[in-house]
Design a protein around this ligand. Sequence first.
Ligand SMILES: [Zn+2]
Length: 290
Amino acid sequence: MPFLRCTAVVFAAAAVSGGACAQSRPAPPGVSAETTVAIADSPFRIVTHTSGQGSAHRSPRPGTRRAPAALPAPADRRTPLVVINVHDDENTSMEAALIALARVPARITEVKHTGARNLSIRRGAETFTVDPNRIFTDAGAALSLTRLSRMDTAMLRDVRAFADTLLVLAGAADATTIVTLHNNTDANYSARSYLPGAEYAADAAAVHLTPGSDPDDFFFVTDRLLYDALVAERFNVVLQHPETVTDDGSLSVLAARRGQRYANVEAQHGHTEVQRRMIEALVRVLNAQR
Ligand SMILES: [Zn+2]
């Protein structure tokens, strides 16, 4: 199907507005919706899976599909949990989420294109590159364009519009809580990256490492109560510093500015089982804090 330019689209209950161009088409079975959103000449697919019996308002059928006691559905069933995966090469996290959240009312949104981490954006003969988790603030998006290709004012505007559209489609624009899913590789970025003296020390107000655990598997949160609860569950947890965090355009930075509670569930590629348990624990903790 040829990609069509457009100015706005109505997606489920959320109206998309702003400068981004979006094109909806029917979703395959098991996927609630798929929207194509263009940046310049490049289309990107935003796929949203709706879990928890397909509707947050519907009661479980008697004797079936009821959430097990260990994994209660959110107390407020009118508000599905907002979950976002922006890196297309971090598939372990999506596998884990679709299992962990199968019976939890949730809206799980992923950005899909080439299977690569970064977005490659064609505009005429030129290709720009940007990290989709560095586009949620103006400063961060400009820095990411500069680092990965080059800064361009029109491209910055288009990338920022894409970010806004993504948040609307994900239901994150006005959500109380935003959960993100990421994967990392062994021995690079981990919870240790936030320890005093490490690369991202200034971004963290607190770091908890559980003895004997893999520091690649950790939560990164913006909320002290959430931090404490996840530490009590014996996970590795990093608390974002509210003042000294670097404005790198991450969704965690935007969420903190907007007063939204944010939790990134970060695990090593292939640690599907660990990441599934982390997501289940996060749901328990969030339910307890509602
Ligand atoms: Zn990621």
